[in-house]
Structures are given as structure tokens and as C-alpha cells.
Ligand binder design. Structure first.
Ligand SMILES: [Fe+2]
Ligand SMILES: [Fe+2]
Length: 279
């Protein structure tokens, strides 16, 4: 499916930035942009959601929050072990950002009352190794793990969040822009860690071989994160106007994005079927 056009108060075809320069306001999008209820008003409270849709949002937000809290556990040992002062500062920023993303996902869960609160309480008890997705149960043993995780796994996170942009549930749609801008910092950082390793080797904090090995470790786990290709749930999410793409469409877009990035570092991606667990 094609991307829905963003709505604003700008005249058709004019960039949003022009509308702001002209003193105009950017109107929030109030209508459902895709799926079986396209054109209807967005849902704004948990109470108005149809049952099936409410269950799916709860499930998606539980996984979302779980990944945010898990990544804090993975990054934590590197807060004071990252190779440079700047790297340590960015590590601490990433941890703060992921905590805030977890909080945002939990705020959405909270709107579902007692059952939502129970899920939050449960999420907060999860330890390393107990998380839902494999990518979040692997420790960062080396600095190259931090680079490859933020470059590849956070980038999948960006695709998941972009799939929710301007979705049919207002509170979820409105949480996206800030989360997306923060995730962009994380994946740029990851890319730069791997690039510096590949280009400067021991003068930075590793070697080209180490960066390549980290790609082989994390890229398959990142591709798995998109979920099964024939997922009924992802089709449902599109019909509800919650997600823009099927799992397979999102995975293909992702592969198209990372292929030239990895080549530009002088490194290689394994084939998409290499070491995969979720197909
Ligand atoms: Fe995050
Ligand atoms: Fe992140």
C-alpha cells in the first residue's frame, strides 16, 4: 500500500514548513487515514475502541514497552565502559530516551484500566533473558554489540514506530513524533560506531573484523523482529488503521535501506535468510 499523505492546514502541495512560516497552524489529523474505517474519526479514548482493536493495541504496547525496558538493561553496563567520553554521554542519553519510550507505551496501557496496570506491573519485573523478542535477550558483550544493536535493532524500532504514525488511535499516533526523532539519534550513533571501527580499527575501539562479526550476530535478529511474513495480526492491524505495512513489506523496505549503508562502510550483510528464526 502507498503511504497516506500527511494532512496539514497548508494548501494542497505546499510544504508544512511554508504553512508555519505563513503563521498558520498545523492541524492534527483527526480522521482515520487507511484501513476499513478510512475517513471516519480517529478513536481518542480506550473506551471507544472496538474490543478486537483494544486487545491488539494492548498487545502491541506491551511488546513495545518490553523492548524499551529490555534495552536499558542491555545498555546499562556500557554507561561507564564506552570507549570515549562522547560515547558515554550518548549511552546515557539512549538509556534516558528508552526509559521515556517505555513510559509512553505504559501510559497508553494505563488507559486500559486495571488489566493495563497489571501488564505494566508485570513488565517491570522482567529480567534479562525473560523478554519477548530474542534481540532483547542478548547481552552486549563487546562495544561492537552496542554499535550493531543501535544501528540495526533500533532501526527496526523506527520502522515499527513509523508504521504507527498517524494511526487510527489518537493517543498512540501523537506519541510517535518525539519517539521517532530520538530513535533516529540512536541509529545514527550505532552506524557511526561501526563505521569508526571499520575505518579506524584499534585507533577507535575495535576492528573491521569485529564490526563485521557484530553485523552477522545482530542483523538476523533485527530481521526476525518484523515478525512472520504471513502474520494474520499484521493484516488485522492494517485493517484497523493501526499499522501501515505488513511485516514483509516493512522488512523489505528495511533491507533496501540498510544494504547501501553497510556497503558504504566497506562491510557486508549476510543474505536475508541467514540465521533466521522468525520467517
Ligand atoms: Fe526506544
Ligand atoms: Fe532506541
Amino acid at each position: 500500500m502507498s503511504n497516506p499523505a500527511p494532512a496539514s492546514s497548508a494548501p494542497a502541495g505546499a510544504p508544512v514548513s511554508q504553512a508555519i512560516k505563513d503563521g498558520g497552524a498545523i492541524e492534527p489529523v483527526r480522521e482515520i487515514l487507511w484501513g476499513t474505517s478510512a475517513g471516519a474519526r480517529k478513536y481518542e479514548t480506550a473506551e471507544e475502541l472496538p474490543d478486537d482493536m483494544a486487545k491488539l493495541i494492548v498487545r502491541l504496547m506491551t511488546v513495545q514497552a518490553d523492548t524499551e525496558f529490555a534495552s536499558i538493561q542491555q545498555h546499562r553496563p556500557w554507561l561507564d565502559r564506552a570507549p570515549t567520553l562522547e560515547d558515554r554521554w550518548i549511552e546515557s542519553r539512549i538509556v534516558a530516551d528508552e526509559a521515556r519510550h517505555g513510559l509512553q507505551a505504559c501510559r497508553i496501557l494505563r488507559d486500559f484500566g486495571e488489566p493495563g496496570q497489571r501488564l505494566i506491573d508485570e513488565l517491570l519485573t522482567k529480567r534479562e533473558g525473560e523478554h519477548k523478542l530474542d534481540a532483547f535477550n542478548l547481552p552486549f558483550d563487546r562495544w561492537s554489540d552496542v554499535g550493531a544493536f543501535t544501528c540495526f535493532v533500533d532501526r527496526v524500532g523506527v520502522y515499527q514506530l513509523r508504521a504507527f504514525q498517524e494511526c487510527a488511535y489518537g493517543p498512540l499516533a501523537r506519541a510517535m513524533p518525539l519517539m521517532l526523532s530520538e530513535e533516529q539519534l540512536h541509529l545514527n550513533f550505532g552506524y557511526n560506531v561501526l563505521r569508526r571501527m571499520a575505518q579506524h580499527g584499534a585507533a577507535y575501539a575495535g576492528s573491521k573484523e569485529e564490526a563485521q562479526a557484530a553485523i552477522l550476530k545482530w542483523y538476523p535478529r533485527a530481521l526476525d523482529m518484523f515478525g512472520h511474513s504471513n502474520s494474520e495480526t499484521s493484516r488485522k492491524a492494517i485493517n484497523f488503521g493501526l499499522k501501515r505495512w505488513t511485516n514483509e513489506e516493512a522488512r523489505e523496505r528495511y533491507i533496501r535501506e540498510v544494504t547501501p549503508l553497510v556497503a558504504a562502510m566497506g562491510l557486508e550483510l549476510p543474505p536475508p535468510e541467514f540465521d533466521r528464526r522468525v520467517l
